[in-house]
Design a protein around this ligand. Structure first.
Ligand SMILES: Nc1ncnc2c1ncn2[C@@H]1O[C@H](COP(=O)(O)OP(=O)(O)O)[C@@H](O)[C@H]1O
Ligand SMILES: [Mg+2]
Length: 268
């Protein structure tokens, strides 16, 4: 039996404030296996970020339960300390501290945990190499391109050796060429380290390229409308993307998301 790393059981999140309340995600159940690469797609406002933030324990479900390695993430109003620290989070913007070097940014989570300077330096160097930033350890964030800054953010998220890596549209702000390169590199990092990855994207080709499973969400209220297994062998290559099976997956996912959006303008 496969190990389950993340489990959602009937999770609903309603944001309420003032006169209005918004149900961002409703009655959602999902199990993600250890080491699995799951990609979440869907139009804006369908609850993707909410889902990721709940898995990270940054917000609490209104109802339902989230378990990390079979342990409830929340016990009453307290977050389980066991689950905390096992997570890395990458956002659309790299959010590097401008006054710190690349290595200083990568090693920040280690510093917060009290890891000594020498060990931090060593780990930062290894991580910089892993994400393709070797030689840039002493550079300043303003010297980096968008793709390089995002690599630094990925290295920072990996510095605590998390078993779960959550990524919210990590390449959404990058140009297409850089994005393709980053997809290749992310795949390689995943093959090397085998974290459990949950990645959110607007790009259907990106989802099919990266995922073991593509989870499609639809809005109003946010919910899972489809789960698709993607079986291409790894490492996947540009050739994989040119195959008719790859194109057929993309066609199916676009059709599905179109059918759930009234105007069809959400197409990506
Ligand atoms: N902090 C918040 N307060 C109120 N409503 C929110 C908040 N965050 C998100 N929402 C609403 O919840 C829904 C889902 O948002 P979100 O999870 O950000 O979707 P996505 O990431 O798919 O674009 C949207 O209608 C959004 O306006
Ligand atoms: Mg979002």
């Amino acid at each position: 039996m496969t190990d389950i790393e993340i489990q959602l059981e009937n999770v609903t999140k309603t944001y309420s404030g003032g006169a209005t309340s918004v149900t961002a995600l409703t009655e959602t159940s999902l199990s993600i296996a250890k080491g699995e690469f799951v990609v979440i797609v869907g139009p804006s406002g369908c609850g993707k970020t909410t889902l990721l933030r709940m898995i990270a324990g940054l917000i609490k479900p209104t109802s339902g339960e989230i378990k990390i390695r079979n342990k409830p993430l929340w016990v009453k109003n307290a977050k389980s300390t066991e689950a905390v620290g096992e997570l890395g989070f990458v956002f659309q913007q790299a959010n590097l501290l401008p006054w710190r070097s690349v290595a200083g940014n990568i090693a920040l989570p280690l510093e917060l945990r009290g890891v000594g300077r020498r060990e931090r330096g060593k780990r930062a160097e290894e991580l910089a190499e892993l994400v393709g930033l070797k030689g840039f350890e002493n550079a300043s964030p303003h010297e980096l391109s968008g793709g390089m800054a995002q690599r630094a953010a990925i290295a920072r998220a990996l510095s605590n050796q998390p078993s779960i890596l959550l990524m919210d549209e990590p390449f959404g702000a990058l140009d297409v060429m850089t994005r393709d390169a980053m997809n290749q590199e992310l795949q390689q990092i995943w093959l090397d380290l085998r974290p459990t990855i949950v990645l959110v994207t607007h790009s259907i080709p990106e989802s099919v390229f990266l995922a073991d499973r593509v989870i499609s969400l639809a809005p109003r209220p946010g919910r899972i409308v489809d789960i698709k297994d993607i079986h291409f062998p790894r490492p996947r290559t540009p050739e994989t993307e040119r195959s008719s099976e790859f194109q057929s997956h993309i066609g199916q996912l676009r059709g599905l998301l179109d059918s759930h959006s009234k105007t069809g303008k959400q197409r990506v």
